[in-house]
Design a protein around this ligand. Structure first.
Ligand SMILES: Nc1nc2c(ncn2[C@@H]2O[C@H](COP(=O)(O)OP(=O)(O)OP(=O)(O)O)[C@@H](O)[C@H]2O)c(=O)[nH]1
Length: 371
């Protein structure tokens, strides 16, 4: 992930212009930045990425500052690297977040929320369990779909083991069969995790497990609720039991490999997913354009929401800028909680019709660009 600030020499890259353009849609005094008590709008325009206010933090990953001595001697450490795959909405990110014990991957009731591979790291006894949360696997139509599905399968390819999540409420449907066919084609076996058992009658679970077994690719079947945690410890125990002897790959208090810049855009994307309806969430992407450390310990984050049409931009802004303001304010609250510091968040909405065909956007999403 690159640290990029707007280039003042390049007008197309000038965030200040975007701010002004967005402003045209907003009534006087209703600014896009969600920032109570931070710098006022004029200040923001003046220091939009031209001068550093403090050190620019380039290594913005969710890594601890100091590596402590490990709690388990090196010769007793074990490591397992597991891909979590499944249909969209099966609960993959919810499970990974629960196993890790903090939010590393965004969650929404909409399908295809996760777009790229995200690593979550959980400590379990002597084992370090590294989970690859993958985008949902489905029949791709658009280029972005293809990139997401490729990322999911390559996550499975990299792993020691594959955990396939199945939404028990939906049962064994075509989406599940598509993935099972993919596993068979790759010659891979997996563990099946029937999720959302809190939504299903107990009497339906045993016949479903028999159906899962009959699919012929699963060595073990677990029943869990990623939402309320039931069955998750048994799953973690079983995964830890097959972890290989070997030194941990990450410091034990590291929870993810995601860069904080990326996490910050993901959090905004999650709030947009929760606030917008129908196709619009799928037609946008969010990028962190600049991250500036402030002398008072706070940070200023400038992000661009790319949409494909002017009409989409209007919807994302909302009447009087209300939608984007609401998104900004809930994202800022969460960012402040996660980063444990004060954040000034500035969101700019930009129309870029063909962003979904632009290789640069895929790099920012941590996805390979499918040709
Ligand atoms: N009732 C219930 N809801 C769940 C459970 N696990 C996940 N959910 C909900 O299901 C929805 C989808 O969860 P996610 O974790 O985003 O699913 P995902 O598989 O990562 O989704 P994609 O990003 O589309 O691949 C969210 O609204 C979750 O709150 C569960 O065990 N029980």
């Amino acid at each position: 992930m690159t640290t990029r600030k707007p280039d003042p020499a390049n007008p197309d890259d000038d965030i200040r212009d975007e701010t002004l353009a967005d402003d045209a849609d907003l009534p006087e005094g209703d600014s896009l930045p969600d920032d109570d008590g931070g710098p006022d709008r004029d200040d923001d325009l003046d220091d939009a990425g031209l001068e550093d206010d403090g050190p620019e933090d380039d290594g913005l990953s969710m890594m601890p500052d100091v590596e402590a001595a490990p709690s388990v001697p090196l010769d007793r450490q074990t490591t397992g690297f597991f891909a979590v795959i499944g249909a969209p909405n099966a609960g993959k990110s919810t499970l990974v977040n629960r196993l890790v014990g903090s939010k590393v991957s965004i969650v929404s009731p909409k399908v295809q929320t996760t777009r790229s591979r995200i690593i979550g790291i959980a400590m379990h006894g002597n084992a370090q369990l590294v989970f690859i949360d993958t985008p949902g696997i489905f029949k791709p139509k658009r280029r972005l779909d293809k990139a997401m599905v490729q990322a999911a399968w390559s996550g499975a390819g990299d792993a020691d083991g594959v955990v396939m999540m199945i939404d028990a409420k939906r049962g064994i449907n075509d989406e599940v069969r598509l993935i099972v066919d993919g596993l068979k084609a790759e010659g891979r076996r997996a563990w099946a995790v029937l999720n959302k058992v809190d939504l299903v009658a107990r009497s339906a679970l045993l016949p479903m497990a028999a159906e899962v077994d009959a699919l012929g690719v699963f060595d073990r079947i677990f029943m869990i609720s990623a939402e309320n945690g039931s069955g998750v410890t048994d799953l973690a125990d079983a995964l830890a039991a097959i972890a290989r002897p070997g030194r941990w790959m990450y410091p034990e208090d590291q929870t993810s490999d995601v860069q904080v810049r990326f996490l910050a855009s993901e959090i905004v994307r999650e709030k947009l997913f929760l606030s917008l309806h129908e196709e619009l969430p799928y037609a946008l992407t969010v990028e962190t354009e600049a991250w500036t450390e402030k002398p008072d310990g706070s940070a200023r984050i400038d992000q661009v929401v790319y949409v494909q049409r002017e009409s989409h931009r209007k919807i994302v802004l909302g009447a009087g800028g209300r939608t984007i303001k609401h998104v900004g304010s809930s994202a800022r609250a969460e960012l402040e909680q996660v980063l444990e510091r004060r954040i000034h968040l500035f969101l700019f909405v930009k129309v870029r019709e063909a962003w979904a065909d632009d290789p640069e956007r895929y790099r920012e999403m941590n996805l390979d660009f499918p040709r």
